[in-house]
Design a protein around this ligand. Structure first.
Ligand code: PMP
Length: 349
């Protein structure tokens, strides 16, 4: 008897780079800006959170701080163990076995993986050759396929493409599906839908502290939606899904939120620098609105060649085999990266 569910046959475990490195540009993580010199001033872990009791199931203080940061009422916010947990929670709440989830391809790989785990049918709408997308095509396909959920990543990982806000609104207006806008990288762009959640009954925005806030290690994501959506998803959320330590660190870190804006400006400057420099090399370089840049290269195993020099970037497989995603580092990391790339290009000649 086969015990494992049919839907998960063929799945591979998530594997992340764990080896040694000098420069890590493979996972779009931000820098430690909020927590590097923090003192526990004003908040005492033992007093504010009792380690022997379950954590605050409603994460009240954290949701207040997040509400302050994005400018919405905490009633419109639900928190999770990284935005990854929230993607799955939305699927658990809205999609039954065999129902359709749609999105553009290529995009964040977890959309398809969670769809598969929950026996949903993921239907991808191909991007244009330059990785821009055709929103009218998505709307047309959605009208044919009646998806329960449409998942768009804006700006998109791994291409860096940004869908304009007017197009996101058009999608919301022309479909009855729940539209999830994954804004993991929105701090590095413009056109957030966060302020629109009370206008649209079918909009869910996902955000994370892993990128612009440089807190990937604490696993903290949040969802912003109208109260009806938050209420129903809250019924599906596991009890105490966000541990007390993450809640504590999140609250503490958000007290320094002014630093985020400086860091975002630095990333944007470095992104422009890296983009211009990469274009001088024999790569196709895609314009990005995230904290990373996608390139295409004919050089075999470029990722492994850089890793041999201690620099990690993201490689892909299958149709995306010639593409590489590089997180924007600080100036010295970017210069080291460019130096190594130039040497590799020279050796190939
Ligand atoms: N969405 C997108 C588009 C991402 O790129 C990532 C991380 N790579 C996530 C969600 C998950 O982020 P986290 O779980 O760290 O919040």
């Amino acid at each position: 008897m086969q015990l494992v569910k049919e839907s998960i046959k063929g799945l591979k475990a998530y594997s992340a780079n764990q080896g040694s490195f000098r420069i890590k540009l493979d996972a779009n993580e931000g820098k430690n800006i909020l927590f590097k010199d923090i003192t526990s001033e004003g908040l005492k872990f033992e007093e504010d959170f009792y380690i022997n009791y379950y954590p605050d199931n409603d994460a009240v203080r954290l949701r207040e701080e997040l509400g302050n940061y994005v400018g919405v009422n905490p009633r419109n916010i639900l928190v999770g163990n990284g935005s990854s947990e929230l993607i799955e929670l939305v699927i658990k709440t809205y999609v039954d076995k065999g129902e359709v989830i749609m999105g553009f391809l290529p995009s964040f790989s977890m959309y398809q993986i969670f769809s598969q785990i929950h026996s949903a049918r993921f239907i991808g709408v191909e991007s244009n050759e330059d990785f821009t997308v055709d929103i009218d095509l998505l709307i047309k396909r959605a009208k044919q396929m009646n998806p329960k959920l449409i998942l768009i990543c804006n700006p998109n990982n791994p291409t860096g493409h940004l869908i304009e806000q007017k197009d996101v609104k058009k999608l919301l207006e022309e479909t009855d599906s729940i539209v999830v806008v994954d804004e993991a990288y929105m701090e590095f762009a413009e056109g957030s839908m966060v302020q629109e959640v009370s206008k649209y009954r079918n909009l869910i925005v996902l955000r994370t502290l892993s990128k612009a806030l440089g807190l990937a290690a604490i696993r903290l994501g949040y969802m912003i939606a109208c109260e009806d959506i938050i209420k129903v998803i809250n019924c599906v959320r596991a009890p105490y899904n966000l541990n007390a330590i993450t809640q504590y660190v999140g609250v503490l870190a958000l007290k320094n939120k002014d630093r985020i804006y400086d860091y975002v400006e630095e990333v944007k400057r470095e992104r422009a620098f890296l983009y211009d420099e990469l274009r001088k090399l024999p790569f196709t370089v895609y314009k990005s609105y995230g904290n990373f840049i996608l390139i295409k290269s004919d050089i075999e195993d470029l990722g492994e060649k850089l890793a041999a020099q201690g620099i990690l970037i993201r490689s892909f497989s299958g149709d995306m085999r010639q593409y590489y995603r590089i997180a924007v580092g600080n100036r010295s990391e970017n210069q080291e990266l460019l130096k190594s790339l130039k040497e590799i290009v020279k050796d190939e000649k």
